[in-house]
Ligand binder design. Structure first.
Ligand code: PAF
Length: 440
């Protein structure tokens, strides 16, 4: 049962609103942290509610529902100074009006990948020690690497890349953020692979009439029921002294043994299991085995590297990319490239795992992994067939996409291993070109 616990949801995109809707509807107090004070004003003017249409439900005619009212605040603001791209100062406006005395100890981070590190850095002074923070981004592995390189010291992780993270830089951020006394090192970070398909949309006129006036400008359509597989981030980062997956491996991926991580127990799992029980409609699967979680995150990466650019380049919904032989061929190529880079083991077909969930590297051939990953990506696209991918939504709204954290990150991982990933490179280049055309 939902307690009096306050949840903060960072980001008013479709996924942030989906989480805010369900958290609030089951009875949690929710504070939605939006990008600007004008977004907060718009939210308040629209009735301070989130509207949801679950079009994935086939058993009944779906209709719009709205959440009870929830709080909204604007995001604290740090700006880059012109002289030094890496140093930041707080905006005066935020210091006086932003979150004020708010303390955050349950946080869902639903920002775009490229906004995550800066947004989290801005929130650090407001987080209670031990704050539980769930990262939902597409490209969350790339985000995690960036977090480690920029905020690693505050988060209690080893600093792995002195050139990217010069000595003293973290201390300077901490000073600027006034977080000297905040035990941010105890922040608990969780990462998730999210396969729900949803997009923002205001409901049609007749639906609005059935609801209290002026509500639901902050509406979303949950078009494809997926799941949220979530676990603890720490073991991935703490156990290595090289960047998570874009670092140079000591042996080639094909011959590398499966990467093993500590299994997470206890309090973290209890927290995630309670959350899953409180929010059944979000289909949350807590994962205690970090190796299995990594498998899920890499599989999700493959889905985003294939589905998202293709939907942008063809201007279509997710389902279309499963139907055409040309797009199916490109999806298979993307899967093959990821397996060549990260090795077949992380993509072992579920059938090749033993009962205790150990991966079975010796039995898992490259071909079996390719087939398993390809089938999984097609299944995600089919389950979200009527969804407009997040990248297509970004392009339609004239926003930057997350492609640098998806195909772009894969290219960096390939380069670190002396490999090429030509299909990822082509999709990356075409999406960047599309971004440029949209921006003019
Ligand atoms: C799962 C997914 C591809 C569904 O559209 C989603 O991650 C997205 O849109 O980015």
């Amino acid at each position: 049962m939902a307690s009096s616990q306050v949840w903060h949801v960072l980001g008013g995109g479709s996924l942030g609103l989906l989480c805010a809707f369900h958290l609030r509807t089951v009875g949690f107090a929710v504070n939605l942290i939006l990008r600007s004070s004008s977004a907060v004003t718009a939210f308040k003017q629209s009735g301070s509610c989130v509207g949801l249409l679950e079009s994935w439900r086939k058993d009944s005619v779906p209709s719009w529902r709205r959440s009870p009212p929830l709080q909204a605040t604007s995001i604290p603001c740090i700006v880059n100074t012109a002289s030094d791209n890496n140093s930041h100062v707080f905006c005066g406006e935020f210091l006086s009006k932003g979150l004020g005395a708010t303390r955050i100890n349950r946080l869902i981070v639903a920002t775009k990948a490229q906004d995550t590190v800066l947004a989290l850095r801005n929130l650090l002074p407001y987080m209670d020690p031990g704050c539980r923070c769930i990262l939902l981004q597409n490209g969350v592995l790339a985000v995690a690497e960036e977090l480690q390189q920029t905020l690693g010291e505050q988060l209690g992780w080893t600093t792995r890349s002195p050139d990217l993270h010069p000595q003293g830089r973290a201390a300077m951020y901490a000073d600027v953020a006034g977080i000297k006394d905040v035990a941010a090192g105890k922040m608990r970070l969780y990462v998730a692979s999210v396969t729900h398909g949803c997009y923002r949309e205001a409901p049609p006129q007749q639906d609005i009439q059935r609801l209290p006036s002026d509500s639901l400008a902050f509406g979303l359509v949950h078009a494809g029921l997926g799941s949220i597989t979530v676990g603890v981030l720490g073991p991935f980062l703490a156990s290595t002294s090289a960047p998570l997956l874009t670092g140079k491996p000591s042996i080639t991926p094909e011959h590398s043994p499966p990467q093993r991580f500590d299994t997470v127990h206890g309090d973290d799992m209890a927290f995630l299991q309670d959350l899953a029980a409180d929010l059944p409609d979000l289909n949350i699967h807590p994962e205690a085995d970090s190796s299995v979680l990594l498998h899920g995150l890499l599989a999700k990466l493959a889905a985003n590297c294939a589905i998202n650019p293709l939907t942008v380049l063809l201007g279509c919904c997710n389902g279309t990319v499963t139907e055409l032989p040309q797009t199916r061929g490109i999806i298979l190529d993307i899967c093959r490239e990821l397996i060549a880079i990260f090795g077949p083991t992380p993509f072992a077909p579920p059938g090749l795992k033993s009962g205790d969930r150990e991966l079975a590297p010796l039995d898992c051939t490259k071909e079996e992994s390719e087939k398993a990953l390809y089938d999984w990506v097609l299944a995600v696209a089919a389950a979200t067939a009527n969804n407009r991918s997040s990248m297509l939504q970004d392009i339609a709204a004239g926003r930057a996409t997350e492609v640098d954290y998806l195909n772009g990150w894969v290219l960096r991982a390939a380069a670190a291993r002396g490999l090429q990933a030509p299909v990822n490179a082509t999709l990356h280049a075409l999406v960047k070109a599309r971004e440029k055309l949209v921006a003019v």
